[in-house]
Design a protein around this ligand. Structure first.
Ligand code: B4P
Length: 195
């Protein structure tokens, strides 16, 4: 099994790169952001709860997202690997993921972090907000709140993966294709070292 985490601040291109990566490497795409937005669109109780946090630029409570990932892993028992996009975002989520994968006798193979300046991130998110209708992408105050949450709660978990020598940073600025090529090189190298 090959399990990959795409890491990086809001708007760094995790979702964009994930779409191309799951096709090339036949991985199951698990995006907590997409799963939460589906719940919101379907007006489920979970979605209504999540919307309150997302609209304010805050993280959805750990137990909610960990539960979602747990049931997705159960649904894809025969997967040859997973691409975690936007998960884990807190140290509790990172610990839970390690435990869930251990139960399946597997582990994270690689964490790729997309590095993008805040100036570029703001431009991308406001631009997406014009067409996506995403409430968390239209207000610059909320966007900066999301960056603060990233710095305080998400960025520190990089240390966990650095200690395990599974963490690799990649410049996330350039064309989507240029970034995709760099990400693929990192994955191919890691895959070769595993055989
Ligand atoms: P997510 O859905 O994960 O989204 P994101 O971080 O905003 O964006 P991503 O990095 O995927 O950027 P994208 O490719 O779309 O999270 C949304 C919210 O859900 C969170 O704030 C949180 O509240 C909640 N949530 C999600 N997961 C959670 C968790 N685990 N725990 C708790 N809460 C959770 O790219 C952004 C834009 O840039 C797009 O418009 C794209 O077209 C553009 N772009 C991409 N690559 C580009 C490039 N190379 N050049 C120019 N533009 C580019």
């Amino acid at each position: 099994m090959f399990n990959l985490i795409l890491f990086g601040p809001p708007g760094s291109g995790k979702g964009t790169q994930s779409q191309k990566l799951v096709e090339k490497y036949a991985l199951v795409h698990l995006s907590t952001g997409n799963l939460l937005r589906e719940e919101i669109a379907n007006r489920t109780p979970l979605g209504l709860e999540a919307k309150n946090f997302i609209d304010k630029g805050q993280l959805v409570p750990d137990e909610v997202v960990i539960g979602m990932i747990d049931s997705c892993l159960e649904h894809h028992k025969k997967a040859s690997g997973f691409l975690f996009d936007g998960f884990p975002r807190t140290s509790a989520q990172a610990d839970a993921l390690d435990k869930l994968l251990l139960l399946k006798k597997t582990e994270i193979a690689l964490v790729i972090s997309l590095e993008v300046t805040e100036e570029e991130l703001v431009k991308r998110l406001l631009n997406r907000g014009k067409t996506s209708g995403r409430s968390d992408d239209t207000d610059e105050v909320i966007i900066h709140q999301r960056f603060a949450v990233y710095r305080n709660e998400t960025a520190p978990i990089a240390e966990h993966y650095k200690r395990l020598r599974k963490f690799q940073s990649i410049k996330g600025e350039g064309t989507v294709e240029e970034i995709f090529n760099l990400v693929c090189q990192a994955i191919d190298k890691r895959m070769k070292s595993m055989v």
